[in-house]
Design a protein around this ligand. Structure first.
Ligand SMILES: Cc1cc2nc3c(=O)[nH]c(=O)nc-3n(C[C@H](O)[C@H](O)[C@H](O)COP(=O)(O)OP(=O)(O)OC[C@H]3O[C@@H](n4cnc5c(N)ncnc54)[C@H](O)[C@@H]3O)c2cc1C
Length: 303
């Protein structure tokens, strides 16, 4: 199967899909954890991305689509299948009052480019280390803003038909760190966003600088992590709950509850996925014991 897939790509998409065999997921995820996958594919554009997905579906090859890998934890044993990364799909264009982005475009790049061109609404995205696809998938957000506020539509690849279709903003049924993509196996190919001229562009730049400053001050950016590991529990800040439980700094192997921001688990150099999973369970159990609530993981474990 490996040889046939590689042969298909070399024959048809040699220039537009990069192939890496046994790619180490440590190198492609912000946690810097995880073993090798069988094959990593990096399509450069929408056409080769969809062709690759069609091939994988047609031949029933196990696969997963990943953006920047900033909200995932790969198993120590790696992934027996194909990982399709969108990070080389970087096209975006301004069409009238719509900004169209490929799934692999970086949120921070969108934020910076939008303000440069005199638009507002994207300051919240500055500093979130994800791709458009990953951000739409989970309705990423920060500082009172979220993808749901600016998205007009997304175009998705439908494995059931092999076709590209469009999902309106309402059809995403966005909620807190939720979109309807989480309930299907559809894949975000690109997305369209609303553009509004900024009344005062310099205030948008100042807001973005504030966000970056706050992140540096409050988040343990000096260590690999996947950001906040848990979703906010209604009425509570999870980081405060973990702090109250006395778990700040608590460590399992190389995985540690950050001393700077208790919502983050950081990799202190040699953490394994097993360490992180064990630490997550300890945190969940402790919070249930003292507060009687079940907190949920935001980070996706991939095995
Ligand atoms: C230091 C740090 C700070 C962070 N701060 C924030 C924050 O402020 N707010 C916030 O919301 N998040 C934050 N995050 C988490 C993360 O950056 C976001 O969740 C981001 O949206 C994930 O995008 P990604 O491209 O990295 O997704 P990945 O980690 O690559 O994937 C996440 C999930 O999305 C799916 N996916 C990815 N691309 C597609 C696609 N094209 N189609 C369908 N499914 C897809 C994957 O299969 C996976 O299930 C932070 C992470 C870090 C490390």
């Amino acid at each position: 199967m490996k040889d046939q897939l590689i042969n298909y790509i070399v024959t048809n998409y040699n220039e537009s899909v990069d192939v890496i065999e046994n790619a180490d997921m440590k190198e492609y995820t912000s946690f810097r954890i995880g073993g090798p996958c069988d094959i990593a594919l990096f399509p450069h554009d929408r056409e080769s991305f969809c062709a690759v997905l069609r091939y994988l579906n047609k031949h029933s090859l196990k696969h997963i689509v990943i953006g920047n890998g900033s909200n995932v934890l790969f198993a120590d044993e790696g992934y027996r299948g194909i990982v399709v990364f969108t990070t080389k799909m970087k096209n975006f264009s301004f069409n009238g009052d719509i900004l169209e982005c490929d799934a692999g475009v970086q949120l921070t790049a969108v934020s910076v480019r939008a303000v440069k061109d005199g638009y507002e609404g994207y300051a919240f995205a500055c500093g979130i280390p994800g791709s458009i696809g990953g951000a739409v998938y989970m309705n990423a957000g920060a500082y009172e803003g979220q993808i749901a506020d600016v998205l007009l539509y997304s175009d998705y690849y439908d494995p059931a038909t092999g076709e590209i279709s469009r999902l309106s903003a309402e059809e995403h049924r966005f909620g807190y760190r939720y979109s309807s993509y989480m309930d299907t196996d559809r894949i975000v190919v690109s997305a369209g966003f609303r553009l509004e001229k900024a009344k005062d562009p310099s205030s948008v730049v100042a807001l973005m600088e504030d966000h970056i400053r706050a992140r540096k001050e409050k988040q343990p950016l000096e260590y690999p992590s996947a950001g906040s590991v848990f979703k906010r529990y209604p009425g509570h800040f999870t980081a405060a709950l973990i702090d109250e439980a006395g778990l700040k700094g608590f460590r399992v192997g190389g995985a540690q509850v950050s001393e700077k921001h208790a919502g983050f688990i950081v990799n202190r150099g040699c953490a394994t996925a097993k360490d992180v999973l064990e630490l997550i369970q300890i945190i969940k159990d402790k919070i249930y014991e003292i507060k009687g609530i079940h907190i949920e993981c935001e980070v996706r474990y991939i095995v």
